[in-house]
Design a protein around this ligand. Sequence first.
Ligand SMILES: Nc1ncnc2c1ncn2[C@@H]1O[C@H](COP(=O)(O)OP(=O)(O)O)[C@@H](O)[C@H]1O
Ligand SMILES: [Mg+2]
Length: 157
Amino acid sequence: MFKYISKNEIDTNKFAKAISKYIDNGTLISLNGEMGAGKTTFTKMFADALNIQNYVTSPTFSLVNSYNGDKELNHLDLYRIEDESEVESIDIDTYYYPDGITLVEWAERASSYLPKYYIEIKINKVGDTQREFVIEGKNKLENKLIERLEKDENIKY
Ligand SMILES: Nc1ncnc2c1ncn2[C@@H]1O[C@H](COP(=O)(O)OP(=O)(O)O)[C@@H](O)[C@H]1O
Ligand SMILES: [Mg+2]
C-alpha cells in the first residue's frame, strides 16, 4: 500500500506530476473519493503535467472530455448517470481500453465496464486543505506504480 499526505494543492500538484511520469499509455485510473475530495483537481494537475493547454473542467453532462498533450488523455465523470448502461451513449470501450490514458471519476457507477486491471487512487478528505491519497497495491499495475513512487524524491516528506 502507498499513502501520500497532501497538505495543500501544491502537494497534490507534485503528486499528480509524479504519477503522470509513471503511467503508460493504455492505462485506466479510477479516482475514488467523496464530492470535493479533489478528483477533478487532481485530473487538472495531471493534464498540466502532460502539457495539455485546453483543459476545461469535469465533463458532467457529456461524460467524457478528450485531450492531446504529451499523451492522449480521456477524462470521464460518471456522477450523473443513473443506470450503468448509460455509458454506452459514448464509445466506452475506446475510453476504458484507451490508446492513451483514461482518468475516471465515479467509475463505481458503471463498475461492470471496468477493465480487469486498472489503477485505483483513493482520495480522502482529511481537513480543509489536507488530503490523503491511497493506492492499495492490489495488482501488478498498482504495485509497479508504488515501486516507482517510493523512489521519487519529489514526493518525499
Ligand atoms: N490538498 C488539496 N488537494 C486537492 N484539492 C484541494 C486541496 N485542498 C483544498 N482543495 C480543494 O478541494 C476542492 C476539490 O474539488 P474537486 O477537485 O472538484 O473535487 P471532486 O472532483 O472530488 O468532487 C477544490 O476546491 C480544491 O481547491
Ligand atoms: Mg469532480
